[in-house]
Design a protein around this ligand. Structure first.
Ligand SMILES: Cc1cc2nc3c(=O)[nH]c(=O)nc-3n(C[C@H](O)[C@H](O)[C@H](O)COP(=O)(O)OP(=O)(O)OC[C@H]3O[C@@H](n4cnc5c(N)ncnc54)[C@H](O)[C@@H]3O)c2cc1C
Length: 408
């Protein structure tokens, strides 16, 4: 069966200047598309998902062509606060109740391995993107109280994840945060998402990838003998396979159940004059809405959260001032030794799923079309999983977690 339709509808993805763009967008190796084109694999999307998938497909020896309507690294990716957490938004204990313990354990482990895979690839390619391994402190909140956190830590440790419960004194020593306890985990990281993805695109271009932007893909026609794409400028692209890595601009042909687009806000402070917390760990709360924090190599604090369940970008942008004040206030309360004043403030669309898990894989009913919807606070980690899974799919190899993350 073929699929015929509009590729994606445009969305206002973000507003304000994310800290990573303080010196502008930086250069990427993309060119406009001036002729029709044929490739083994076409990828729509120049963000972190498209870049990691491109890297993985190039490893198979296939030719690839990539398109982005804005430009490479100009979508949601540079708005990311880029905490690379293996910890999924849905705690292991709660996810286990929803999808079963065995599946929840697999999802958590796949996420933990993805952080390692990305670290390895950054090293292989010599990408300078501020990658640092980080511990995380997960604080009690309205989702999990202290007793729940203890159970969560035990359940994680029982499947071999590097998490343990710590009490008030140890938490204060590591973070200066005053709370009765937390889960302390190893195996997460942080980076600069714009530098990472620009580096991935430079590497892909050197290895022969054809990178075209700005190019708006307006039509997708998936038939038995391959996929044909139409652009707004009237060019045609033919490929054996198509990967939709279009972030929060969903193709209408994708109707994933339980997924929704919401709004989120983030700030970055000035460089702190006083010392940051000793461990420089990632800090987040078992709360809804939650607050999360990290530091930058030049001594700022990035904080975000305050998510709201609406997608309207005018409403989102009108709230930037108020949300910035709230995040500053929460940050100041949690870490009174810091200057919480924002130097950068931005807002963006954000995707969430009812399970906190991504959707990755072949599009039912459309031969040769694959998609990634890496939602939640682990979007980047999920993009790494997507790259592994879609590389296998293109090679015709099975993936052990294909069913777990399947598109409906
Ligand atoms: C404020 C904020 C904080 C976040 N914090 C974190 C975090 O701490 N950790 C984490 O892991 N994740 C985080 N995320 C999520 C993470 O940023 C996203 O999961 C990730 O950036 C999505 O990347 P992507 O490549 O899928 O999408 P994008 O970067 O949006 O790339 C998709 C691209 O597709 C292009 N496109 C769409 N349709 C078409 C078309 N028809 N033709 C041509 N081009 C098209 C768009 O122009 C866009 O550039 C955060 C997100 C936000 C907004």
């Amino acid at each position: 069966m073929g699929v015929n339709g509009q590729a994606t509808s445009r969305r206002d993805l973000r507003t304000g200047v994310p800290v990573w763009l303080r010196n502008g967008y930086g250069r990427t190796p993309a060119r406009p598309l001036t002729e029709d084109l044929v490739a083994d694999v076409a990828i729509i999307g120049g963000g972190v998902s498209g870049a990691l998938i491109a890297d993985a497909i190039l490893q198979t020896g296939r030719s690839i062509a990539v398109f982005d309507r804005r430009g490479l690294v100009k979508g949601s990716t540079p708005a990311s606060t880029a905490l690379l957490q293996f910890e999924i938004d849905q705690p292991l204990t709660l996810l286990g109740k929803r999808i079963g313990k065995a599946k929840a354990a697999r999802a958590w482990w796949r996420s933990a391995s993805a952080v390692n895979v990305l670290r390895g690839r950054i090293e292989d390619l010599g990408l300078r993107c501020g990658f640092s391994e980080r511990n995380t402190a997960y604080l009690p909140g309205n989702m999990l109280n202290l007793a729940d956190l203890r159970r969560e830590a035990e359940e994680r440790a029982a499947i071999g994840l590097r998490s343990r419960f710590i009490g008030r004194d140890e938490l204060a020593k590591l973070t200066t945060v005053e709370a009765p306890g937390a889960i302390w985990s190893s195996g997460s990281a942080e980076l600069d998402p714009a530098k990472l993805v620009r580096g991935l695109w430079r590497s892909a271009a050197e290895r022969g990838a054809r990178l075209h932007a700005p190019v708006d893909i307006t039509d997708v026609d998936a038939g038995r003998r391959g996929v044909t794409l139409g652009t707004s400028e009237g060019r045609t692209v033919r490929a054996k396979a198509l990967i939709l890595a279009t972030g929060y601009e969903l193709a209408p042909m994708l109707r994933p159940r339980g997924y929704s687009i919401i709004s989120t806000w983030a700030i970055a402070t000035k460089r702190q004059k006083r010392k940051l917390w000793p461990s420089r760990c990632l800090i987040w709360q078992a709360a809804d809405p939650y607050l999360y924090l990290r530091t930058t190599p030049d001594g700022r604090v990035i904080a975000g959260g305050e998510d709201e369940e609406f997608a309207d970008s005018d409403r989102r942008d009108a709230l930037i001032g108020r949300k910035t004040s709230r995040i500053e206030k929460k940050l100041g309360t949690l870490l009174p030794g810091l200057d919480p004043e924002a130097e950068f403030a931005w807002a963006g669309a954000f995707g969430q799923s009812s399970t906190g898990l991504p959707a990755i894989g072949p599009l039912p009913g459309a031969k040769g079309v694959y998609a990634v919807l890496g939602y939640g606070g682990n979007g980047i980690t999920f993009s790494v999983i997507a790259a592994q899974m879609l590389q296998r799919a293109i090679l015709g190899l099975p993936d052990p977690d294909a069913e777990l993350f399947a598109l409906d």
